[in-house]
Design a protein around this ligand. Sequence first.
Ligand SMILES: [Zn+2]
Ligand SMILES: [Zn+2]
Length: 188
Amino acid sequence: MNIEEYDEQLKKAVEFHGELCGGIAIGTKLGMYGLELLGLELNKRHKNLIVILENERCTADGIQAVTKCSLGKRSLKQVYYGRFAATFCNMDTGEAYRVSDADANKKVKTKETREEMVERFRSTPPEELFNVEKVKVKFKDGQKPGDAHATAWCSVCGEKVTDNYHLVRDGKAICRACAEESYYEVIE
Ligand SMILES: [Zn+2]
Ligand SMILES: [Zn+2]
């Protein structure tokens, strides 16, 4: 991973995210490191790659821009842990690495300007910026890309639920919104 490659990827990430910020500088490097760990090339879409994000901050956009994984392709997952990490899985081999931002886990922040931070991420080897764990990812049935998985109709609201995201209660299919506390409330 050289500086020219980083600058090229950072430019794309900034375009995608809409601004240059510290999170984008980190996400770009983290995404590049994830690809490198799996031996995958830059500037390509990899059908065998799934990335799992643990937060929805600026870094997430950097990782998405670099890896080209997306929600609609089912190659990008969000687990909302709020931790500064992402996992990169090669679906052909099962090889997976969880990469976390070592800085973010420090309780005392390094005092630096945004420019200094970007420059640090640009010029420091990824091994010094991130922690890597080799992991085995437990995908649920229906989470993998490809053809649609089991479809069911909710016995309460009647809506169609795709990709095995329904639950079964008393032998009947039920969607998560009806089974658990829904994120919305109908007011009209
Ligand atoms: Zn940002
Ligand atoms: Zn329902």
